[in-house]
Design a protein around this ligand. Structure first.
Ligand SMILES: Cc1cc2nc3c(=O)[nH]c(=O)nc-3n(C[C@H](O)[C@H](O)[C@H](O)COP(=O)(O)OP(=O)(O)OC[C@H]3O[C@@H](n4cnc5c(N)ncnc54)[C@H](O)[C@@H]3O)c2cc1C
Length: 384
C-alpha cells in the first residue's frame, strides 16, 4: 500500500519536539506528514506529563538561557493566538546554600540576557516563603516571568494548530528505515508507504530503538518518578503566587505549587535506573515514595502527613551530557534525529522546531553541541 501523496517532510513522533518541528515546517509552506504511534503527549511519552517547568536559569550556559527566552516568547504568542491559557506565570524560585556557585553564574547570565529576576537572601526567603523549610539554604533567585507549561495539552494544541496549517497527522507506527544513502519513503506498521524528501525522527526515548546501531548506546533512558501531595483543606499557601515553582539546586529536587487542584508536585531530578519506555512499570516504587515523603516533610513541614494524591512515572531521554541531539543520520542523507531532551527539553520545543526547520530548509549549520559526534557512550551530565 502506498500513500499517493509525496510530502516535503515526514516528521515521526508528536511529542513536543516533533509537534513544533511539524508546525514550523508548515508555517514555512512545507507539505508535512506527522506520524505518531500513540497520540500527541500520550502517557508513555516524555512530553506526556500534566506540567513542565519553563525557566531561564541554566547557570553559565547561555545557549539554553537564550533558547528558553526565545521559546517562552513563542509559547506565549502561540497560546495567545490560539486562545488557550496553557502557560502559568507562577514564577520560578531557585534556592541554594552559600557554597553554591551556580546561582551566581545564573544571575550573571540572566543579566547578560536582559531577563528580569530578583535575588533574595535568607532573611528575604524566610519572610516571603514561610511555608518552605530552608535548612541549608542561604540564597535564592526568583524569575517572576517564568513558570509552568501545561505540557500534554500544549503538545495537543500545537498538533491541532499544525493540522490547521495543513499538516497531515496520522496515528501509525513507523518502522525503522534501514537503507543507506537516500531514503525514498518510510513504512508504517500497517504496511503503508509514505514518501517524502526528508524525514525527521523526533522519537524521544524511542530513538535508540529506532536507530539501534547509531543511537542505541548514545541515548540513556532513565526512569523518573513524580509525586503530588494533597494540600490541607482550605490552605492557600501552596498555590501560586504564595508559592512559585521551585528548585533546590544542590538537592536536585524540584516541584510546583498546587495547579488545578492536583497537589504539590515533587520530583527528584537525579537520573533513575535505565528503562525501556515500552515496558517500564508506571507504578511508583516504595523506595522512591519513602524518599520523596521524607523530602516533602523536610522542605514543606505542613505537608508532613499529607496524602500522595497522584503519581506519574515517566522517563528522561538523556544524552551523555544533557545537550540535545539534533543531527543528520550518518548513513541516510535525508534522515534526521531530533531528541535528547535530557530532562530539560520540553520548554525548548518552539526553538527546537524553528532550528530544525532552518537546518532542513536553509541548510543552516548544525550547532556543534547538538551534533552526533559530540555524544559519548558514558554519562557525564553537564547540563541541568
Ligand atoms: C518526569 C519528567 C519531568 C520533566 N520536567 C521537565 C521540565 O520541568 N521542563 C522541561 O523543559 N523539560 C522537562 N522534562 C523533559 C521533557 O519533558 C522532554 O525532554 C521532552 O518532552 C521530550 O520530548 P520529545 O518530543 O523528544 O519526546 P516524546 O515526548 O517522548 O515524544 C516522542 C514521540 O515519538 C513517538 N514515536 C516513537 N517512535 C515512533 C515510531 N516508530 N513511529 C511513530 N511514533 C513514534 C512516541 O510515541 C512519542 O509520542 C521532563 C521529563 C520528564 C520525564
Amino acid at each position: 500500500m502506498s500513500s499517493r501523496k509525496t510530502f516535503d517532510v515526514v516528521v515521526i513522533g508528536a511529542g513536543v519536539f516533533g509537534a513544533w518541528t511539524a508546525w514550523h515546517l508548515a508555517k514555512r509552506g512545507q507539505r508535512v506528514a506527522l506520524i505518531e504511534a500513540y497520540g500527541p503527549g500520550h502517557s508513555r511519552a516524555s512530553s506526556g506529563g500534566e506540567t513542565r517547568i519553563i525557566r531561564m536559569g541554566y547557570g553559565a550556559d547561555e545557549l539554553y538561557t537564550r533558547w528558553s527566552q526565545r521559546s517562552l516568547t513563542q509559547w506565549k504568542g502561540f497560546f495567545a493566538a490560539t486562545r488557550q491559557p496553557l502557560f502559568l506565570e507562577t514564577g520560578v524560585l531557585w534556592m541554594a546554600g552559600d557554597k553554591d556557585k551556580r546561582l551566581e553564574q545564573t544571575s550573571a547570565t540572566l543579566k547578560r540576557c536582559d531577563i528580569t529576576f530578583e535575588e533574595l537572601d535568607r532573611a528575604a526567603l524566610e519572610k516571603r516563603y514561610p511555608q518552605i523549610g530552608l535548612d541549608g539554604i542561604e540564597r535564592g533567585i526568583l524569575e517572576p516571568k517564568s513558570g509552568v507549561l501545561m505540557a500534554r495539552r500544549a503538545v495537543a494544541a500545537v498538533v491541532e494548530d499544525a493540522v490547521r496549517l495543513g499538516v497531515e497527522y496520522r496515528c501509525a507506527q513507523a518502522t525503522n528505515p534501514r537503507e543507506a544513502g537516500r531514503v525514498e519513503h518510510i513504512r508504517t506498521g500497517r504496511g503503508e508507504r509514505i514518501a517524502a524528501g526528508q524525514f525527521v525522527f523526533a522519537c524521544g526515548p524511542w530513538l535508540g530503538k529506532v536507530f539501534p546501531d547509531v543511537l542505541g548506546t548514545l541515548i540513556f533512558v532513565s526512569r523518573q518518578e513524580v509525586f503530588f501531595f494533597g494540600i490541607p483543606a482550605g490552605d492557600t499557601r501552596f498555590t501560586a503566587p504564595p508559592l512559585p515553582t521551585w528548585l533546590f539546586q544542590e538537592d536536585l529536587v524540584y516541584g510546583m505549587p498546587d495547579i488545578e487542584g492536583r497537589g504539590l508536585k515533587i520530583a527528584f531530578d537525579e537520573h533513575g535506573e535505565r528503562v525501556d519506555p515500552d515496558t517500564q512499570s508506571r507504578i511508583v516504587s516504595p523506595t522512591m515514595t519513602e524518599a520523596v515523603r521524607k523530602y516533602a516533610a523536610r522542605r514543606f513541614p505542613a505537608l508532613k502527613d499529607a496524602p500522595i494524591v497522584e503519581t506519574r512515572v515517566c522517563q528522561y531521554e538523556n544524552t551523555s551530557n544533557g545537550d540535545f541531539l539534533i543531527d543528520r543520520h550518518p548513513e541516510m542523507e535525508n534522515v534526521w534525529s531530533v531528541g535528547g531532551g535530557s530532562g530539560h527539553g520540553f520548554k525548548h520545543g518552539p526553538a527546537v522546531g524553528e532550528y530544525v526547520a532552518g537546518l532542513l530548509l536553509d541548510g543552516a549549520p548544525v550547532e556543534v553541541r547538538f551534533s552526533l559526534e559530540t555524544k559519548a557512550t558514558t554519562q557525564n551530565r553537564a547540563v541541568y
